[in-house]
Design a protein around this ligand. Structure first.
Ligand SMILES: C[S@@+](CC[C@H](N)C(=O)[O-])C[C@H]1O[C@@H](n2cnc3c(N)ncnc32)[C@H](O)[C@@H]1O
Length: 408
């Protein structure tokens, strides 16, 4: 069991504030965990199904709040951007009018994010991220830049640095709340539901709920018109950390979007697109696109046995590369279970993975040579380098285990 440490005074103040503002907490408490920042600990033995936290709908922070509407942020901008702009303005307001100060006082600092979030890695380390993480980071950076371009003239007192910080607070701490069929009109609630909500319309910040850390198997937060809540997914003994699941995310996703890696993650996988797509002719690519089998090829390890899981899409593309279009068509059409060709495909895949494994050794060596310092602009920090190395070693272990298994 990981040790739960005393959270500190500002957290005690925040819990009091939260309980006075529509949050009910039962049998759990915030605590500090080494390597995970704050989290939630069982303060007593808990039974499966016990309700742990309830957050009233009027305690949520979303863009329909009167205090956010009053900012008159441009309507065409994203909900993520508008929330980040509002938080940045509140954050910079040191007067007693900032009702969310006790909550903001318990969020991770910009320095915390600099240790963990790849967005803050210096270019040398960013260039050594895995291909999947690089793709996610490129999208994240483009979204941030667009939000800043759309909003900076509306928040002239806010620096890009401050906006980036609150944008990441929104990124790492919001929940999906689609306010289904709100029964009562209330000034703090959305007046009417848009005919069609997209996931991006439904960002809400949820006090106390945002203390929960993630695990691949954890409690499932639920929401309805009354607000948000979380119940125990199993029994917990006092002192155990209680986690929720943020969704079925790979470690590359968790690293880029949340700044951490899980040691054990049943949802992790290694993408093979960068290895297989370059082997396709234009004709083969067109055929795969037509059949809906172009890209998203993954390799993972079964959590129970550790044996490789080569996804169905990968099996399909391998047939097109190694066999012929008829055998591929029979496989994707379900007329051939593909077993008679498996040995040839496995041996081809071993070749592809062996080349990748050699490349991984080179990348790991390059990361190991990066000089680090705790402080300094543009300098790689030890924690950043550790995460990068850890991720590449995880990928290496999945790839090498697959080679060993396929060769046996
Ligand atoms: C919703 S917050 C959870 C509370 C947060 N730990 C804090 O100190 O306030 C999400 C952030 O918590 C951290 N986190 C969540 N789950 C984690 C885990 N399993 N291991 C390490 N860090 C985790 C990451 O920094 C992530 O961005």
């Amino acid at each position: 069991m990981t040790t739960a440490l005393d959270p500190g005074e500002e957290h005690t103040r925040f819990v009091t504030w939260a309980e006075e503002n529509g949050v009910t907490i039962n049998g759990v408490a915030p605590a500090r965990f080494v390597g995970r920042g704050m989290g939630i600990v069982a303060a007593q033995d808990i039974k499966k199904g016990d309700r742990l936290v309830d957050v009233r709908n009027t305690s949520l922070v979303h863009i329909a709040l009167p205090s956010i509407k009053a900012l008159k942020l441009p309507e065409h901008t994203t909900v993520h951007g508008r929330l980040a702009a509002a938080l940045a303005l509140w954050y910079s307001d040191s007067s007693s009018k900032n009702e969310y100060k006790p909550w903001q006082d318990v969020w991770p600092s910009e320095a915390d994010f600099k240790h963990t979030m790849p967005l803050y890695y210096p270019p040398q380390l960013q260039s050594l991220l895995s291909p999947a993480a690089t793709k996610l980071l490129t999208t994240q950076r483009a979204n941030l830049e667009k939000d800043w371009a759309d909003l900076h003239t509306s928040i002239p007192s806010i620096s890009k640095e401050a906006f980036t910080y609150t944008w990441l607070i929104v990124n790492t701490r919001t929940f999906y709340w689609d306010y289904p069929d709100l029964p009562n009109a209330h000034p703090r609630l959305p007046r009417q539901r848009k005919a069609k909500l997209t996931a991006a319309d439904c960002y809400a910040m949820c006090p106390v709920m945002d203390y929960f850390n993630h695990s691949d198997v954890g409690c499932e937060p639920t929401h309805n018109s009354s607000g948000y809540s979380v119940s125990a997914d199993r029994a917990y003994t006092a002192g155990e950390e209680v986690s929720v699941s943020y969704g079925p995310h790979t470690n590359d996703f968790l690293l880029v979007e949340y700044g951490f890696l899980l040691e054990r993650n049943a949802n992790d996988s290694v993408p093979l697109d960068g290895l297989l797509l370059p082997l396709l002719s234009a004709e083969q690519s067109a055929a795969l696109k037509e059949d809906g089998f172009y890209g998203t090829y993954t390799l993972s390890s079964a959590s129970t046995t550790g044996s490789p899981v080569i996804c169905h899409r990968t099996q399909a593309v391998l047939r097109l590369i190694v066999l012929d279009s008829k055998r591929y068509a029979a496989f994707v059409g379900g007329d051939d279970d593909g077993s008679r060709d498996q040995a040839r495909l496995d041996s081809f895949l071993v070749g592809v993975l062996t080349r990748y494994s050699r490349h991984i050794v080179d990348v790991i060596e390059e990361v190991e040579e990066v000089q680090t310092r705790e402080e300094g602009e543009g300098v790689a920090q030890p924690a950043q380098k550790d995460s990068l190395l850890k991720r590449w070693k995880q990928i290496q272990s999945v790839v090498n285990a697959a080679i060993k298994h396929l060769e046996s």
